[in-house]
Design a protein around this ligand. Structure first.
Ligand code: CA2
Length: 147
């Protein structure tokens, strides 16, 4: 069984409770369930996590070097600020897919730059919560799965 880490950054624990016009009404727990259902029976498992702390995400990326075949990450605000997260991702050898619920390029100028995109193999933005499922399709394809 190969593990895919799905890492979520700051404030994403609030999904479904605030700003539904931007982020939708689906909760992070709903997304976790959909991701687990999506990989059921494929030989992959997902390890889904969220933190408001930059260092936790850095620690999890370091852990992934030994514990995960791929990383899907929505770094949230750390996307636009964290060289530490980029440095950690640069030590990971498997596929990395960056996901954003919103289209960051359609929003404020400060969201247009992503440090994480300097490492990501694929970037998905603006697909809402479905972006996580598209990311799973992409990493399983990159890892050579049937779907
Ligand atoms: O579109 C995305 O997924 C973002 O990564 C979300 C981040 C934002 O800083 C990025 O520019 C784009 C913000 C996540 C905050 O999530 C909330 C959810 C509900 C209510 C308030 C915040």
């Amino acid at each position: 069984m190969k593990t895919i880490f799905i890492l979520n950054g700051s404030n994403l624990n609030l999904l479904g409770t605030r700003q539904p016009e931007i982020y939708g009404t689906t909760t992070l727990a709903d997304i976790e369930t959909a991701c687990a259902d999506h990989v059921a029976g494929t030989g992959f498992t997902v390890d889904f996590r969220q933190s408001n702390a930059e260092h936790a995400l850095v620690d999890w990326v370091q852990e992934a070097r030994h514990a995960a075949a791929a990383i899907i990450i929505n770094p949230a605000a750390f996307t636009h600020s964290s060289v530490a997260l980029l440095d950690a991702l640069n030590t990971f050898e498997g596929p990395v897919v960056e996901v954003h619920l919103s289209n960051i390029h359609k929003r404020e100028a400060f969201r247009h730059h992503s440090y994480v995109s300097l490492r990501a193999d694929t970037v998905i933005a603006g697909a809402g919560h479905s972006g996580y499922l598209y990311a799973l399709l992409q990493v399983t394809a990159m890892l050579g799965a049937a779907r």
